[in-house]
Design a binder for this molecule. Sequence first.
Ligand code: 5GP
Ligand code: ZN
Length: 113
Amino acid sequence: MEKNSCIFCRIIQGQLSSNIVWQDDSAIAIRDLNPQAPSHILVIPREHMSDITECKDSQILGSLFHKTSIVAAQEGLNKGFRIVVNTGSDGGQTVAHLHIHVLGGRAMSWPPG
Ligand code: 5GP
Ligand code: ZN
């Protein structure tokens, strides 16, 4: 996808506003526009990758997961949280730029819908 037409690339480039809660040189964490829990944060690599299948670099993926726990701790989710990586149409992915959802602040149910 073109960087200009990718919502998350535009947020990362500062062309669209967002509520940034954490960032470093390779990723940002923003509050989801349509939160599904009291805390709903998206951890997004600055580099555009459409989904997890497009990322062959285990270091990038590993550090992205590590960042979710940093963000959850910052958010005070000491009772637990859920991380979700929707992938492709069956996975319910709606934005084609890799991201990890961090959901918390309420008890989650299982199985997911
Ligand atoms: P997906 O459905 O791809 O797993 O997750 C995409 C998420 O991005 C959705 O939860 C949706 O609410 C969120 N989202 C879509 N557009 C925007 C936006 O412009 N700003 C923010 N902060 N979140 C967005
Ligand atoms: Zn993008």
